[in-house]
Design a protein around this ligand. Structure first.
Ligand code: SAM
Length: 355
């Protein structure tokens, strides 16, 4: 049994069956958890995310930032907090795109894994967090921290593929109502009554048949609430995979919406090799209650991805015969645009926006 598995087993023996969200918490963020051990996004790690595909996603985010900064009358400092920043790929790409707001920009990478924070600090020129908020025109200034900073501030909070990694409670529809999925000392699933959660599951998936399961993404809703409370003015924008409604998830087997990944492939069952694979849950938009929810492809188009791709296509057409570095970079930007907007892939992810 893995070290994280042992930790869950001990807890079950001491205190009784462990709730699914606590098991996932241990598997991802415990001492021997997947993220604590250095797993995560990136070509050399376990899976690719939009910022890890290449710099184009960050270039579009840089354009969006400029739009928000204009709406905020070029406020300085313009504080952008990135939740679940991983090894800092998004911050790097945004800075490389040299947005107009750069001089005002204070970018705070918030990352729970110490190993990934260290990787972000190596990849970026960073300052101690205490210096992030002060000084007009001193940007861009980047800091890396383990927790959300203290607000309020004017700017934006963004997160790519964070919410799917915040452990969900798992509920199963039974004859008499709903039960909660827990895990015993043999790392086997079991159901226990959960009167406090029954009403929420019924409201979200009223027609679910016996045996159907749904996630209650309470960790994600708490994180969003906290993020919103940081901002005096400015948007919270979260990119993630998922569905519009919890009821949609109730129609699918749990293995489709609670998935595992390791070394650029799908992993095993969620209770296999605890701590050695990522465990991730599709995010149901109806539980988050954003002001606006739209597909990632559409959001990227609103913020100019087509212009950036057309420009790259022109550079490729002009330079293809030379095959120089600029032409090859342009070519890969065209491919990136296609991947980021593909409705069957990253383009089908949802963007949740709170204004
Ligand atoms: C799927 S990865 C995404 C990383 C990066 N945003 C990207 O798109 O490549 C999720 C990241 O969120 C981090 N994380 C999870 N919970 C967190 C929290 N409460 N605060 C900050 N980071 C968190 C994990 O350690 C992990 O690095």
């Amino acid at each position: 049994m893995t070290v994280a598995g042992e930790a869950v087993r001990r807890r079950a023996l001491e205190r009784g069956p462990v709730a699914a969200d606590a098991v996932i918490e241990e598997a991802l963020y415990g001492e021997a958890g997947f993220y604590a051990s250095g797993g995560g996004a990136g070509r050399g790690r376990d899976f690719l995310t939009s910022p890890e595909v290449g710099p184009l996603f960050g270039a579009v985010v840089a354009r969006a930032l400029d739009g928000w900064w204009e709406e905020l009358e070029q406020v300085d400092p313009f504080v952008v907090v990135e939740g679940g920043a991983g090894a800092g790929a998004l911050a790097r790409a945004v800075l490389a795109a040299d947005p107009s707001c750069a001089g005002a920009l204070r970018w705070v990478c918030v990352e729970r894994s110490a190993r990934l924070r260290a990787a972000a600090e190596t990849a970026l020129v960073t300052e101690p967090t205490t210096q992030v908020i002060g000084g007009r025109g001193a940007g861009p200034v980047v800091a890396v921290t383990s927790d959300l900073p203290t607000g309020p501030f004017v700017g934006a909070v963004i997160a790519n593929e964070l919410l799917d990694n915040l452990p969900p409670v798992i509920m199963e529809r039974t004859e008499g109502g709903w039960s909660e999925v827990r895990v015993d000392e043999n790392l086997q699933e079991m159901l226990t009554p959960a009167p406090g959660l029954d009403a929420a599951a019924t409201r979200l998936a009223p027609a679910a048949p016996t045996g159907a399961r749904v996630p209650l993404v309470r960790g994600a809703t708490r994180w969003v609430q906290e993020a919103r409370s940081l901002l005096e003015v400015g948007p919270v924008v979260c990119f993630d995979y998922g569905t519009r409604t919890t009821a949609e998830l109730a129609t699918r087997p749990m293995t489709e919406w609670l998935r595992t990944y390791r070394a650029h492939g799908r992993g095993g069952g969620w209770l296999n090799d605890l701590g050695e694979q990522d465990i991730t849950c599709d995010v149901p938009a109806d539980q988050l209650g954003a002001d606006e929810v739209l597909p990632q492809g559409e959001w990227l188009r609103q913020h100019g991805i087509d212009e950036l791709a057309d420009e790259a296509r022109r550079r490729w057409d002009e330079g293809a015969h030379r095959g120089d570095l600029a032409a090859i970079k342009a070519r890969s930007r065209v491919n990136e645009a296609a991947a980021l907007t593909d409705p069957a892939g990253l383009g089908g992810f949802l963007v949740h926006i709170w204004r």
